[in-house]
Design a protein around this ligand. Structure first.
Ligand SMILES: [Zn+2]
Length: 122
């Protein structure tokens, strides 16, 4: 990978990471505080209905939270790959991933050909 291109992707990944972290703080401040998520749904409301409503609300936040957390993991592993100088290499065939593909999705870890094969197998 060209150094300039990797630097460009690194800046992009950092910007994206910041956005996601901000979003995570909004959705669930606990994530950033580092505490395990262990809400007891039964204590959320006195009446059963209220409990269910709040649990549903938390459920929505949780799925968003999971989505954001997994996006954050992808970004962190991409940033780690940059540090290890393995960024932009397909994890399956070890060929360089198209720059165009990385520009669209900087966290890509497989080339188009491998991704295609995988998708077809599934
Ligand atoms: Zn590949």
């Amino acid at each position: 990978m060209k150094k300039a291109f990797v630097a460009e992707m690194e800046a992009l990944l950092h910007a994206e990471r910041e956005k996601i972290v901000n979003e995570l703080v909004r959705v669930s401040p606990r994530v950033i505080a580092g505490d395990a998520f262990d809400a007891d749904y039964n204590t959320l409301g006195d009446k059963e209905d209220e409990s269910a409503d709040k649990a549903a609300e938390i459920g929505d936040n949780l799925s968003l939270e999971n989505e954001l957390s997994s996006a954050l993991r992808d970004i962190d592993s991409a940033l780690k790959a940059i540090t290890n100088e393995t960024y932009g290499t397909c994890k399956y065939c070890k060929q360089l991933i198209d720059e165009a593909r990385l520009k669209v999705r900087p966290t890509s870890t497989s080339c188009v050909a491998c991704k295609k094969t995988l998708t077809q197998e599934m």
